[in-house]
Design a protein around this ligand. Structure first.
Ligand code: HPA
Ligand code: ZN
Length: 330
């Protein structure tokens, strides 16, 4: 590791359900009286080999069925925060997916109160400020998305934004324009996964039809020069997740990743972990991997860390305090 690492950073693209380590899956299954998902942890881990986004999502949704009680959600978030602190994370904007939880009978109050028991005191206990972004699962009906937003707005003060995740191809952002309009009207920030497996046209839709302020992934923007020009002109942040992209086959290897091209183009890129329990590493592992495999320079690593605070949904005084504390400002 280089001097001064891990750099202070914000994590802007992490799914709390994607931080569920296999050991925790077993522990929660046992305490909730559920059958173990595999004979042992090693056997479960052997299934962590993916060929596409969908092949990952199948396991991701299966494993999260062990989350039943407030304590499960609290323990999950605490486990993430404990690891994130070691990675230099000072601020985290954390996705959660209520729909699969609601569908198996876990009320929104259990999800929200469980997460809040952890995140509500994250600054005091872990030195990490946090906020929540509720994701719409896009391969479920739009009416379900709207109902979920209405339920979430009962907890408006605990949620900073709305996102869009799950299977991308065949589920264009345009379907969710009304849901995002309602979220915007309630004062929520808007982000969406787009251009991960889906085409650049989905990124255009996310910008123009959903009004997103950040694009999650967005790596396929490099296929469309006018889209890159738009993203650069507006300095729309892109939350890139290098290890995720390789594990899900978006790029054959890290050496094939377009991150250097994106930096050269002047895009506002951040580096994130996505679903660290599944993709082989947390956010600092992603920083280390791009330094090692893509030879990203020390200057650019600092730029990426600084971008994470610039792209965060923080008040300007808090943003400036983070930048100053990290000595990341010139
Ligand atoms: N992409 C889309 N949906 C997701 C992901 C992802 O990487 N992780 C959890 N839900
Ligand atoms: Zn994601």
């Amino acid at each position: 590791m280089s001097a001064g690492r891990p750099l202070p950073k914000a994590e802007l693209h992490v799914h709390i359900e994607g931080t569920l380590e296999p050991e925790l899956v077993f522990a929660m299954a046992a305490r909730n009286g559920l059958p173990p998902p595999a004979p042992d942890v090693a056997t479960l881990r052997q299934r962590y080999s993916f060929t596409s986004l969908q092949s990952f999502l199948d396991l991701y949704y299966a494993n999260m069925t062990v989350l039943r009680t407030e304590l499960d959600f609290t323990d999950l978030a605490d486990a993430y925060l404990a690891r994130a602190g070691n990675d230099g994370v000072r601020h985290a904007e954390i996705f959660f997916d209520p729909q699969p939880h609601l569908e198996r009978g876990v009320p929104m109050s259990v999800v929200m109160d469980g997460l809040w028991s952890s995140l509500g005191s994250s600054a005091e206990r872990f030195g990490i400020t946090t906020s929540l972004i509720m994701c719409i699962v896009r391969d479920r009906p739009v009416a379900d998305a709207m109902r979920t937003l209405e339920l979430a707005l009962g907890y408006r003060e605990r949620i900073v934004g709305i996102g869009l995740d799950s299977a991308e191809v065949g589920y264009p952002p345009s379907q969710f324009a009304e849901v995002f309009a309602a979220a915007r009207a309630a004062g929520l920030h808007c982000v969406a996964h787009a251009g991960e497996e889906g085409p650049p046209g989905y990124v255009w839709q996310a910008l123009d039809l959903l009004g997103v302020e950040r694009v999650d992934h967005g790596v396929r923007c490099t296929e469309d020069v006018s889209l890159v020009a738009r993203l650069v002109a507006d300095q729309v942040p892109l939350t890139v997740c290098p290890m995720s992209n390789v594990k899900l086959g978006v790029f054959a290897s890290l050496r094939d990743h377009v991150l250097p091209e994106m930096l050269d183009a002047g895009l506002l890129v951040t580096v994130n972990s996505d679903d660290p329990a599944y993709f082989g590493g947390y956010v600092e592992d992603n920083f280390a991997a791009i330094e090692r495999e893509l030879e990203v320079s020390e200057v650019d690593l600092k730029r990426l860390a600084e971008n994470s605070f610039r792209a965060a949904f923080l008040a300007d005084d808090q943003r400036n305090a983070y930048l100053a504390a990290g000595s990341l400002n010139p």
